[in-house]
Design a protein around this ligand. Structure first.
Ligand SMILES: NC(=O)C1=CN([C@@H]2O[C@H](COP(=O)(O)OP(=O)(O)OC[C@H]3O[C@@H](n4cnc5c(N)ncnc54)[C@H](O)[C@@H]3O)[C@@H](O)[C@H]2O)[C@@H](O)CC1
Ligand SMILES: Nc1ncnc2c1ncn2[C@@H]1O[C@H](COP(=O)(O)OP(=O)(O)O)[C@@H](O)[C@H]1O
Ligand SMILES: [K+]
Length: 493
């Protein structure tokens, strides 16, 4: 079974290493030994090492120390790697200990960088989390030679040259076939140059106490723990009454998708508030939800309407509403209520000049894609793309009762000082309508628990897993929605 996986910046990962060593009194050499043993286990899961020419390229820090510990553990299995090593006097304290522990073995030392071209497998232990400046000269030469060698490249902790926090290449970087992140994934693996620096990324446990972590990768194991139960003896009133506000003449499909996905995800009762011009078509497509029909003007909600929100405990707003004054008025009215609110699509735009509306006592859940995120912060699309984790953290620090899902092929969820990352690209969702489905699943799950953080994590995962058995290019939103029951079933087993 897959395990719980963690996420940190370069700095916070170092802090956790430090805490483990200083407070938990676990020596760094023990962590290094775990790192070596677990890395070898994973390497074997990916490539056969027998009869292969293997080189371990070690840098001057503890990443290099990991490499030497891997070498010693491989010898136990009768595998004798060659080593590229720094000058002994440049080695860190722990790396020197690892080097001394190899003194009784006669491993080949690579002295000519050109010889790096002749290995089947290269284990990259040049730099990890301690990379502090641009790589030039000798190490640049090493990195470029490894990249051109055609070997199967395995990077330990992070591809050398990628900054663990920013994901930016420090002048040059290794491109790896497999990256084995030690203890936790570093944010830099998923952004900027980091995103394409590894073909595959996994993490291994190296003995850092799990309770030190509070930022998670969203995977099946986590979601199984977070999914709200569905007691057999429940009835519709056990769950919440949700109201979905949205729709307009030209976009009636958006609310239809949200409503259908919401019902598929377990809501107790659902009312859809729509402008009257779309009532006939909407009612002909949806029979399970109640409809609250409001006056309309030019195909949109009429300005100045003040709907009664009292019967509902959960309100989503925004899908298919359009950018106009009545949307702003409705969003203002909803955010001034004492209800849990889910803001999506055009409702996010409506908050552009009114961020103070988000300073509410009740929970507000926001589901922006990258463009919509520009309405919520003072950053451009390119600034958000190159720094998404910091943008999400900054927003959540300033809006402590908001749960933010920054959506793209990677989705980042922020709540207070916590971060979750979903990194499972699914291009079936790269279509209009997908966001509306997410809004529906979020509403459905929030209708079954008051732990909205967990509900949003589950919803984001369930949405991401909706892959009909069709080519990704060909899926319709309805077909994605129709996979939701199977995903729930799998999560409950
Ligand atoms: N005790 C710990 O903290 C553990 C650390 N581990 C490993 O240790 C790594 C971090 O170790 P370190 O902090 O020693 O850092 P690194 O091994 O990443 O490298 C730091 C060393 O590289 C030098 N350096 C940095 N940038 C350079 C550049 N551009 N050109 C040339 N030299 C450069 C620094 O002066 C320093 O000597 C982790 O990524 C992980 O692989 C693991 O062994 C697990 C336990
Ligand atoms: N390639 C992809 N991989 C994973 N998820 C994706 C991908 N493309 C889109 N998505 C997801 O689909 C949804 C699209 O939302 P959005 O852009 O708001 O769509 P719309 O407004 O058209 O309904 C988001 O949840 C996003 O994370
Ligand atoms: K490395």
């Amino acid at each position: 079974m897959k395990k719980i996986e963690y996420l940190q910046t370069g700095q916070t990962a170092r802090l956790l290493d430090h805490k483990t060593i200083e407070e938990y009194k676990i020596p760094s050499l023990i962590l290094m030994e775990h790192a070596a043993i677990e890395s070898i286990r994973e390497i074997k899961n990916h490539i056969c090492m027998n009869q292969k020419k293997i080189c371990i390229a070690c840098g001057p820090g503890n990443n290099g120390g990991d490499g030497l510990a891997i070498a010693r553990n491989l010898i136990k299995e009768n595998i004798y790697p060659s080593l590229l090593i720094p000058k002994i006097e440049k080695m860190s304290k722990d790396e020197k200990i690892q080097w001394d522990s190899l003194s009784c073995f006669d491993l080949e030392i690579v002295t000519d960088i050109n010889d790096l071209k002749h290995f089947d497998i290269c284990i990259d232990c040049l730099f990890g989390n301690g990379l502090s400046r641009d790589i030039t000269g000798y190490y640049q030469n090493v990195i470029e030679t490894i990249n051109q060698s055609g070997s199967y490249v395995i990077s330990i902790d992070i591809p050398s040259g990628i900054h663990a926090t920013t994901g930016k290449s420090m002048n040059c970087h290794i491109v790896s076939d497999l990256t084995i992140a030690l203890d936790c994934y570093k944010e830099g693996l998923f952004i900027n140059d980091g995103l394409t620096a590894s073909k595959k990324c996994i993490s291994v446990d190296i003995g850092i106490p799990h309770d030190l972590h509070s930022n998670f990768m969203i995977n099946e194991t986590l979601v199984k723990q977070y999914l709200p139960p569905r007691p057999s003896h429940s009835h519709k009133g056990t769950y919440k009454k949700a109201l979905m506000i949205g729709g307009s003449q030209s976009m009636h499909g958006a609310l239809y998708y949200s409503a259908k996905a919401c019902y598929r995800s377990g809501i107790g009762t659902l009312t859809c508030m729509i402008p009257e011009c779309i009532y006939p078509i909407f009612a002909s497509k949806i029979s399970f939800a109640m409809n609250k029909v409001m006056p309309c003007e030019n195909g949109y909600f009429k300005e100045g309407i003040v709907p009664d929100l009292q019967p509902y405990s959960l309100i989503s707003i925004g899908n298919g509403m359009s950018l106009n004054k009545s949307t702003i008025q409705m969003v203002q009215h909803v955010l001034h209520s004492d209800k849990t609110v889910i803001l999506d699509a055009d409702a996010l735009w409506a908050c552009k000049d009114h961020k103070e509306w988000l300073n509410r006592k009740e929970t507000t859940i926001l589901l922006p894609h990258i463009k919509e995120m520009t309405y919520l912060c003072d950053a451009s699309i390119s600034q958000i793309l190159s720094n998404p984790f910091e943008i999400v953290k900054d927003f959540c620090r300033n809006h402590p009762n908001c749960i933010l899902v920054l959506k793209s092929s990677l989705s980042i969820i922020g709540y207070k000082d916590k971060i979750y990352l979903l990194n499972q690209p699914n291009s079936a969702l790269a279509k209009g309508g997908s966001g509306d489905i997410l809004c529906g699943i979020v509403t459905g799950l929030c209708g079954q628990t008051n732990d909205y953080e967990k509900a949003v994590v589950c919803a984001t995962y369930i949405h991401n897993q909706s892959v009909p058995n069709l080519d990704a290019a060909c899926c319709l939103p309805d077909e994605c929605i129709d996979t939701i029951p199977e995903i729930f079933k799998k999560l409950r087993t």
